[in-house]
Every structure is written in structure tokens, then in C-alpha cells.
Design a protein around this ligand. Structure first.
Ligand code: AMP
Length: 295
């Protein structure tokens, strides 16, 4: 595996692969890799011949007082994980390489960025969209893979890529969880044992809402209050609990009855997010069947 730090190098290698008729995939990350990230690498490998993982803790997506300075980093461990996973190239640019002096352009994705984390973290999705568009321009992949763990981020990126006519396929990959339900996140390292137990409130809230949705007759308001009750019982600090249209992030449900239940909560020093797409249509409807199929 090659580890590259310069835009020119990664672009040159990627172009050479594509010129040789090989498909290139990019998996953008902020490092401190876990099984969630590695599942994206596997999804990328299924769709491409040459897989690039980027590691860049992007300063422009962190607000003042957020965890940019203490965000966990371990390049040696990340490198070993990528080698073991058969990654072809690791791209680890410096902040000066990505944002040289004089940098001032931003990518703004308007409506999809507004609710949820966009409301709690002003400027966050502008930072995300900007760095992802830049990484796509640096690596020029055929396909890029993102986790549904960051559901709104995935929708923002899909919108940016479509609206800016970027020639890349965007693939979303399912959320990877611990055996007890906690969604894997680099930020889970901030949790002590008691907070780790409290954090299970998030996946429990999703499970409870899913059970209500499957039993039929639940409404958006019922799902929301069931999730709120679970989070309150866990004693976490609710940031938001929202039920939205999974495609537009506007009001739910969408035409076929699907809804996105999205949560954010403070647990000790960590801010955690989780989500699930549920079906509010009658049992036997196409969206119920799809839910069942996706597990
Ligand atoms: P991050 O390093 O947290 O910026 O995440 C990099 C990529 O990994 C993003 O596309 C995330 O959505 C994805 N990701 C993070 N955690 C998970 C998880 N538990 N399951 C699936 N994908 C994940």
C-alpha cells in the first residue's frame, strides 16, 4: 500500500489506474478507523479495482468549541488496518495541502443542510461539502462510498454531486453496530463505562420506534415521542429527535410511507448521532417489504 500526502501524487496515481482501464474508488474518512470504516472499504472493493482511503480531520467542518483539537488520531494503527484490508492507497494530506494560504471558496448545499445537525452545527455541512468536493477533485474516483451513519451528510453529498455535475457515483453503506446496538463511531472513545451504557439509549430509541412502526398504526408524533422517552430514560442530553422525509429531509412521511428517524444527543463529553429509516405505511405495503428485505 502506498501512503501519499500530496494532491499531485494521488491524482497522478489515480489517473494512471483509470488510464489502464481500472475503476477507482474513494472512501473519505477522518481516521481512527473502526469496523464501520472498513465496511465502506469492502463496499468500495466490490465496485472498483483500486481503492483509496483518505484520512483528513477537516478543520472547516468543526465549529468553535467542538472537538477538532482532541479528535482521536492514530495513523500507525489506521495504516495497519488499511494494509490488512487490502487498501491500495492511503491519502493523508496536511491542512496546508488542502487549504493553502488564500483559500476562500465554499460549497453550500442549501435545504438539505438546514435541519438536524445543520441546525445544531452552523457551517458544518458547508465544511463537509467543500472538503468532499475537493477530495473528489483530487482523487477523481469513479465511485465514492459513505456511511448511512451520517445520513444527512450522505444526502448533502448526493445533492452536491448531482447539482455540480460531478462525474462520480455515490454509494451509501449501512450502519455498522456493536453487538449491543451502539453504532460504531470514532467518538465512542470519549465514553467511560457508565456513559457507554447510557449511549445505548440511542439505538434503543430507534429499536422502540421501529417496533411501533412495524406493529402498524403509528404516526410521526408517536414515533418521535417514543424515541424521546427512551432517550430521557437513558439520561442523555437530547440535541434533536426528528422524523423527516428520508429523501428530502423535509416533512415526513414521503409518498411511499418511509420516514427517517434521526437522533443526536450529548453523552458525557461526546455528541453522538444515530438514525434509521422506518416505514409508516400499512403492513404489506411496498415500503414494509423493503424494510424487511434490508433487515
Ligand atoms: P468519519 O471518519 O467519522 O468522518 O467517517 C467516515 C465515513 O465512515 C463516513 O462516510 C461515515 O458515515 C462512515 N461511518 C462512520 N461510522 C460508521 C458506521 N458505524 N457504520 C458505517 N459507516 C460509518
Amino acid at each position: 500500500m502506498q501512503t501519499l500526502t500530496k494532491i499531485e501524487e494521488i491524482r497522478g496515481r489515480s489517473r494512471a489506474q483509470r488510464a489502464a482501464g481500472r475503476r477507482v474508488a474513494l472512501v473519505p474518512t477522518m481516521g481512527y478507523l473502526h469496523r464501520g470504516h472498513l465496511s465502506l472499504v469492502r463496499a468500495a472493493r466490490q465496485r472498483a479495482d483500486w481503492v483509496v482511503v483518505s484520512i483528513f480531520v477537516n478543520p472547516t467542518q468543526f465549529g468553535p468549541g467542538e472537538d477538532l483539537d482532541r479528535y482521536p488520531r492514530d495513523l500507525e494503527r489506521d495504516t495497519a488496518l488499511c494494509v490488512a484490508e487490502g487498501v491500495d492507497a492511503l491519502f493523508v494530506p496536511t491542512a496546508a495541502e488542502v487549504y493553502p494560504a488564500g483559500f476562500q471558496a465554499r460549497v453550500e448545499v442549501e435545504e438539505v443542510s438546514r435541519p438536524l445537525c445543520g441546525a445544531s452545527r452552523p457551517g458544518h455541512f458547508s465544511g463537509v461539502a467543500t472538503v468532499v468536493v475537493k477530495l473528489l477533485n483530487m482523487v477523481e474516483p469513479d465511485v465514492a462510498v459513505f456511511g448511512e451513519k451520517d445520513y444527512q451528510q450522505l444526502q448533502v453529498i448526493r445533492r452536491a454531486v448531482a447539482d455540480l455535475n460531478l462525474p462520480v457515483e455515490i454509494v451509501g453503506a449501512p450502519i455498522i453496530r456493536e453487538a449491543d446496538g451502539l453504532a460504531l463511531s470514532s467518538r465512542n472513545v470519549y465514553l467511560n463505562d457508565a456513559e457507554r451504557r447510557q449511549a445505548l439509549g440511542l439505538s434503543r430509541a430507534l429499536d422502540r420506534a421501529e417496533a411501533l412502526a412495524r406493529s402498524g398504526g403509528a404516526t410521526v408524533a408517536v414515533l418521535r415521542s417514543a424515541a424521546v422517552a427512551e432517550l430521557q430514560a437513558a439520561g442523555v442530553a437530547i440535541d434533536y429527535v426528528e422524523v423527516l422525509d428520508p429523501d428530502t429531509l423535509g416533512p415526513a412521511p414521503n409518498a411511499d410511507g418511509r420516514v427517517l428517524l434521526a437522533l443526536a444527543a450529548g453523552v458525557g463529553p461526546a455528541r453522538l448521532i444515530d438514525n434509521r429509516v422506518l416505514c409508516l405505511a400499512a403492513p404489506g405495503s411496498p415500503c414494509m417489504a423493503r424494510e424487511g428485505a434490508s433487515g
